[in-house]
Design a protein around this ligand. Structure first.
Ligand code: AMP
Length: 345
């Protein structure tokens, strides 16, 4: 899978550790490498005050960092690519979602307002960087003048250690999937008063919402697919006795619930959740077929045509304007927040 993604993305440079690179060195796969193939930079070979070693596993020649990889800061515009992130593909081939700078900036500015991130915040980051929601954990606080504390992988999966870290670092925000929130609660975590708890990646169960609210923190249900930049709707959950909704769209985001024949569903009626606006991805890298299938131009009434991403999620719009997540229309599943197409397995 990793070799496929490396080939598909046409990488110039791979940042990794020596032990991992040895496992990738063979480069065997189902197609030829495009271009000259990537170079490798080993973070564990880095020693402060010495040049960073950059080398390819295929050759033992180490290059010094400066000549070939000196960063050049070309002016960036909103339509430039910020990142590409692979999600599980139903035909077994992961697909690279292309997200532009403008989408990320819009997302971050919206998050600064709601759920609210500011210069006094200290966010403890527990999410792997291969999951797009890590983008909130890293850039959310940094672009607001706040602080990010990176939890180690060992701490992120150990409720007791994570609980201690939250106190030690005086955390004000923690974002996690329902699975990680449960791990924390199971360790006997008493909660942190005032902690902003962001939960997303899969449906927030009512019992978990009740337990989290009982800790005295502020609870938010975050919803969104990788294809529309991290989160697209959110909801402050105040009472676990009320319906748990995914709330309303974030800034510059349009939502429509479509019935099977392509017309907007009236409030209360279930349909496919489609997302338009500033967060919509450029498409899937080198997959025009799939891009055309999932990213569609829709127009309703007098509004001008707009690009929407068809999420494959079933939802219904409530009378109060909040969205209720119902489930999937296909066989995609979530395992501890990871999105998996059963076809890929
Ligand atoms: P990913 O692209 O990995 O972020 O996965 C996106 C999918 O996760 C969505 O299309 C939903 O099926 C599911 N999902 C994410 N957040 C939520 C949430 N708060 N409630 C219900 N489902 C969610």
């Amino acid at each position: 899978r990793i070799e496929f993604m490396m080939r598909d993305a046409g990488l110039a440079l791979v940042l990794t550790q020596q032990g991992f690179a040895e496992r990738l060195g063979g480069g065997v796969g189902d197609g030829p490498l495009e271009g000259p193939g990537p170079r490798y930079m080993y973070v564990d070979a880095f020693e402060p005050a010495t040049p960073v070693a950059v080398s390819s596993p295929a050759s033992s020649a180490a290059l010094s960092f400066a000549p070939s990889f000196a960063p050049s800061f070309a002016p960036t515009s909103a339509g430039d690519l910020a990142y590409m992130l692979y999600t599980s593909g139903s035909t077994g081939r992961p697909k690279g979602v292309m997200i532009e700078h403008g989408a990320v900036v819009n997302f971050l500015r919206s998050m600064h307002v709601e759920p609210g991130i500011n210069a006094h915040d200290r966010l403890v980051s527990v999410t792997t960087m291969s999951f797009d929601i890590f983008g909130l954990e890293l850039w959310g606080p940094l672009t607001a003048g706040g602080t990010v504390v990176l939890a180690s992988r060992a701490t992120a999966v150990d409720g007791g250690a994570l609980s201690a870290l939250l106190d030690q670092e005086q955390a004000t925000i923690l974002q996690a999937t329902p699975a990680t929130w449960r791990v924390l609660l199971e360790s006997g975590w008493p909660g942190r008063p005032g902690l902003k708890m962001l939960c997303g990646g899969e449906a927030l169960p009512r019992d978990l919402a009740a337990r989290l609210l009982a800790t005295g923190g502020e609870l938010w249900n975050m919803y969104g697919p990788t294809e529309t930049t991290i989160w697209s709707t959110l909801s402050r959950i105040r009472d676990a006795g009320e319906p748990i909704t995914i709330g309303r769209p974030i800034a510059e985001t349009a939502i429509v619930v479509l019935e099977p024949h392509g017309t907007p569903a009236p409030p209360g009626v279930a349909g496919e959740l489609c997302i338009g606006g500033a967060g919509v991805a450029r498409g899937y890298h080198a997959r025009p077929d799939l891009t055309a299938e999932k990213f569609v131009v829709l127009s309703f009434g007098r509004s001008s045509p707009q690009r929407f991403y068809r999420t494959g999620d079933l939802a219904r719009l409530r009378g109060d304007g909040r969205l209720e997540f119902i489930g999937r229309r296909d066989h995609q599943v979530k395992v501890r927040g990871f999105r998996i197409e059963l076809g890929e397995v």
